[in-house]
Design a protein around this ligand. Structure first.
Ligand code: UDP
Ligand code: MG
Length: 312
């Protein structure tokens, strides 16, 4: 007997935070797409501590279809923790991760599913094909992806987010990470296995406003960069070495000037070097602080989330 015969065919994990106006259309579109593939599925909606009627809407939808599962977290733990919670509870042979604002179109799921079924891939991730929109937070997202691509050494991570599907082998690997600061698209790449991608058009948010403000987005980007690249700490070293060379030459010049008797009392050069060195030192104290903060966070080993109730 194959291990996963006890599971269902597909689990779709969708995190939701204050999306009451979206639930109806989201449920309808996702179910109609899944029904086209198989009847044997579950949709795990992870309620990430919503303060609006999200859970009530979900509970209503569940009355007509018990394949809708609701995983209520005890408070808002954030998008990445919510996904992790949902993945842990998923029982499907294949598991899909999808945002709940219909920016990731459910219609792409059958394509991902077929690619996984062909048994040539263990993970299929969605790759956005849209021309980047260079306004506001999109510009921030784009510059993050470019920076991350440059410094993480992950060739494909450009334009890739959470939207993906994987089999149980890959899921088991993904769930082995215990770190509390997590960037799932990076971890999903890190596990290896046979990965493929589907290109798709990422829609504008279907309804409402993004639940990630600039601050959340910046925090997520720095988590990704700090946990997947050595660049921030390396640059201290490189700049330090360049500084040593420059200041060695400058020191030599100063010494010669003194010995040869043409040294002048120059306060501007003194001040400038103090300012320069001071600001570099402050910046890198900050960089080191980021690492210490992360070491501290990881050493706390806090649970990623708490479940208030699972409507199974
Ligand atoms: N979300 C969540 N917890 C949060 C923030 C967002 O579960 O703390 C959900 C949100 O409801 C949506 C998905 O995560 O289904 C993506 O969030 P959003 O669309 O706000 O992010 P963006 O697409 O703007 O990056
Ligand atoms: Mg969104």
């Amino acid at each position: 007997m194959r291990l996963y015969e006890m599971f269902m065919e597909i689990s779709v994990v969708i995190p939701l935070y204050n999306e009451e106006y979206l639930v109806g259309d989201l449920v309808e579109r996702t179910i109609s797409v899944l029904t086209g593939i198989t009847g044997d599925f579950e949709i795990i909606f992870v309620d990430d501590g919503s303060k609006d009627g999200t859970v009530n809407r979900l509970a209503e939808a569940r009355k007509t279809d018990t394949r809708i599962k609701i995983l209520e977290l005890s408070k808002n733990f954030g998008h990445q923790a919510a996904f992790t919670a949902g993945l842990t509870f998923a029982k499907g042979r294949f598991v899909v991760m999808m945002d709940g604002d219909l920016q990731d179109p459910p219609e792409v799921i059958p394509v991902m599913y077929r690619m996984l079924l062909s048994d040539e891939f263990d993970v299929i991730f969605g790759k956005r094909t849209n021309k980047p929109n260079l306004k506001g937070r999109n510009l921030l997202a784009l510059s993050f992806h470019k920076t991350f691509k440059r410094f993480s050494g992950f060739p494909d991570i450009d334009n890739v987010g959470n939207f993906s599907a994987m089999n149980r082998d890959a899921l088991a690997a993904l769930l082995q990470f215990t770190e509390s600061i997590r960037y799932l698209p990076g971890l999903r790449h890190f596990i290896g296995f046979r990965q493929g991608f589907v290109e798709y058009r990422r829609e504008e948010r279907y309804q409402g406003k993004s639940k990630m403000n600039y601050f959340n987005l910046l925090a997520l980007s720095s988590d990704a960069i700090f946990s997947f690249s050595k660049f921030p700490i390396r640059i201290c070293l490189y700049l330090g070495i360049i500084g040593i060379v420059i200041f060695f030459l400058a020191g030599l010049y100063t010494l010669i000037a003194k010995l040869a008797g043409f040294a002048i009392t120059g306060w501007s050069s003194t001040l400038l070097s103090i300012y320069f060195l001071g600001s570099i030192q402050l910046t890198f104290l900050g960089v080191i602080g980021e690492y210490i903060f992360r070491i501290y966070k990881e050493s706390q080993h806090r649970p990623l989330y708490f479940v208030r109730k699972f409507h199974d």
